[in-house]
Write a protein that binds this ligand. Structure first.
Ligand code: ADP
Length: 467
């Protein structure tokens, strides 16, 4: 009985540590907007890199023809072909092929990785059959590369660092578009890398293609990131930047956002310390799919060390990342009265059997606390962007107008990623927090719209509009 009390103490400490009152979320909103300013003011001015993308025009809908895209960035690698009809929002046809990236290529050499990518593309192109692209027409390729890249043009840029488990040392600092272009040449493929884009930028492009009120894009999958349309005169670190539209998409790399207002626990600190990139990607480590399951594992591990409620110590519990986020979601969303899914996953994955119902309920509660915090922080991040561009209904920092004077414009945020699209509780908590932070009057004008395969399709669209 004393043991159970100890466990309840750990739970309470977790709940307090993860608390996201609306007041705290507003502090995170403000911190996000402030950091965005700082990152735009000077190179290295913030943990937010606020990278220029050189995408100054989003697809207009008039693009016509067949375009290709490669999408590299998470657990999967995709090759796409998109046929555009030239009329707004119409995509005539789309073929997508997915492939898992072999683990050894994620930590090998850049040449091996790019040869693999080029081979996949070659096979895809060869399967075209009655090709809609005559063989004398050079194919235009959009390349989605979802890692931090410092761009020098819309189709070139060098890799700043790896994230999400990739670690190909010789690649850091290299020109990414060129690596791909060289691999295409090695394979004898007559294709040109017309656009090198971050996945969030692809998502924004597709979102904007379908709905012109789209001003930002957010991805919450294995990792997390966001981009948005900024006025060039607000990009102070790049004086004299001129674009025909007066705007440019900025890739925030918000996974690296940090603020003292973020509710951080000892589990986050340990997870970070044991990660290959300590002190890096702090926001991402609190809210993306790669990490949520492991935070839960760490809480359960501590409870099992300080009590016997999980029976004899299971060595599985000490294995990092053994509890994947989709399994955590399954436990969280188990609606059977006896929590049979929780029991099954505890047994199959963590080798913990025969725990009583109240212990299974405790597991559900831990998942709930961890996911709720993640979703609410994501919502605060989104409102931070809206605040920066004056779409949070506050009328801007310097304006003296009162809330009621402002006519809030319809504002669409394109969103993608498995955590948001497949984890219902996460999505619901995120929406709830958006409404709490913005208030219902404003929140009704803010629409989160799921795009599908935007990271890839959007790159093809950008390849088209920049060819
Ligand atoms: P990626 O980010 O790897 O390119 P996705 O956007 O599809 O690909 O996101 C996949 C990630 O989303 C997975 O790593 C996992 O963390 C999370 N995810 C996928 N399905 C679920 C689910 N049912 N419940 C919770 N998380 C999920």
């Amino acid at each position: 009985r004393r043991k159970w009390k100890r466990v309840m103490g750990i739970l309470r400490e977790l709940e307090e540590g993860c608390e996201t009152t609306v007041g705290r979320l507003r502090q995170v909103v403000d911190a996000m907007a402030v950091e965005m300013h700082a990152g735009l003011a000077s190179e290295g001015g913030s943990k937010l890199k606020m990278l220029l993308t050189y995408v100054d025009n989003l697809p207009s809908g008039n693009e016509k023809g067949t375009y290709y895209a490669l999408d590299l960035g998470g657990t999967n690698f995709r090759v796409l072909r998109v046929q555009l009809g030239g009329q707004r929002s119409s995509i005539l046809d789309k073929d997508v092929e997915r492939q898992a990236i072999p683990q050894h290529l994620m930590t090998g050499t850049s040449e091996d990785l790019f040869d693999f990518i080029a081979s996949s593309l070659q096979q895809f192109v060869e399967k075209e059959g009655n090709s809609s692209t005559p063989s004398f027409v050079r194919r235009e390729l959009g390349f989605t590369f979802s890692f931090p890249v410092k761009q020098s043009s819309v189709s070139s840029g060098f890799l700043l660092k790896w994230t999400k488990g990739f670690a190909i040392e010789d690649m850091v600092g290299k020109e990414v578009g060129e690596c791909l272009q060289q691999a295409l040449i090695r394979k004898g493929l007559d294709m040109r890398v017309a656009a090198l884009v971050n996945d969030t930028v692809g998502t924004l492009a597709l979102g904007h293609y379908h709905d012109v009120d789209t001003v930002a894009a957010v991805i919450i999958g294995t990792g997390t990131n966001a981009c948005y349309l900024e006025r060039t005169d607000a990009i102070i670190k790049c004086q004299g930047l001129l674009t025909s539209s007066g705007g440019m998409v900025v890739n925030m790399e918000w996974g690296n956002f940090w603020s003292s207002h973020l509710p951080r626990t000892s589990y986050d600190i340990d997870l970070d310390a044991n990660s290959p990139n300590p002190n890096d990607q702090g926001f991402e480590k609190m809210l993306s799919g790669m990490y949520l399951g492991d935070i839960v594992r760490r809480v359960v591990l501590r409870m099992s060390q300080e009590s016997d409620i999980f029976g004899p110590a299971s060595p599985r519990l000490s294995m990092p990342f053994i509890l994947r986020t989709p399994l955590m979601a399954e436990m969280h969303e188990d609606d059977s009265p006896e929590l049979t899914e929780v029991a099954r996953i505890l047994k199959d994955v963590l080798e913990i059997s025969d725990v009583p119902l109240k212990v299974r309920k405790l597991i559900v509660r831990i998942c709930d606390v961890v996911t709720c915090r993640a979703a609410r922080l994501a919502a605060a991040g989104i409102v931070g962007i809206l605040k920066k561009i004056g779409r949070d209904g506050s009328g801007g920092i310097t304006s003296g107008r009162s809330r009621s004077d402002i006519k809030m414009r319809r504002t669409v945020v394109a969103i993608e990623g498995g955590l948001y699209t497949s984890y219902t509780m996460f999505r619901e908590y995120l929406h709830e927090a958006l409404t709490e932070i913005l208030g219902e009057d404003i929140a009704q004008h803010v629409i989160l719209k799921v795009t599908e395969d935007g990271s890839g399709t959007g790159a093809a669209l950008l390849g088209a509009s920049h060819s």
